[in-house]
Design a protein around this ligand. Sequence first.
Ligand code: ZN
Length: 257
Amino acid sequence: MLIDSHCHLDDERLYPDLEAVLQRAQENHVSGFLAIAARHEEFEAVIKIAEKHENIWASLGIHPAEAKNETPSFDDLISFYEHPCVIGVGEGGYDFYYADRQKDFERQRDLFLTQIHLAQETGKPLVIHTREAEKETADLIKSEMKNKSFNAILHCYTGSWDLAKEMLDLGLYVSASGVITFKKAQALRDVFAQVPKDRLLVETDAPYLAPEPYRGKTCEPMHVAETARRLAEIKGISFEEIASQTTQNFKTLFSLD
Ligand SMILES: [Zn+2]
């Protein structure tokens, strides 16, 4: 069994057909899902999806690309995390890939900090999005860890071994997405070759980032099987072992055992 540790099930490309999407996932041995809210206004919809399905959990946060539109405070958000289906905070983080986002640095930092504080307060792991922001991410995580430790995952990881290593040393987890299957991603496969087996997760980030050979199509949770297959090759272990190991890691990280 596989768990898709990051998917946007409320997205308009997946939600209208959700029961069929989940059925196709089951047929591909994908039977657990972490549904991510990336904007405040998605929180209710994602909670509803999780309430309806025993094997779907929710993580609620605000993506750094939203920082220019909304920077709700800790007090605006904290009550959502009391819901039993909500097991994570985020996705939140830094994204400086597009030049216009670099202007939002302070707003992104405020929003990221709010989500770190929510993780510290609730004890729920933080799902971190980081893109073109390695130094900024490492600096903030390290300084906040000193105030109060929290657990976290680098989702859809595409960064360097240096950042991964620094974060692994702090106890964080690292998640592989379909990007590891892309032809040009050898450097990233080399990074994942070094990540300890007991800190790995797999995800789709559906509806984005479909793995090979589905690249360019709408990504669905069932496609996490392709990513897991490639990750098993990278680690030199069987598909069954990567499936059971990443499932166990997910349960350990989110305290589901
Ligand atoms: Zn996402």
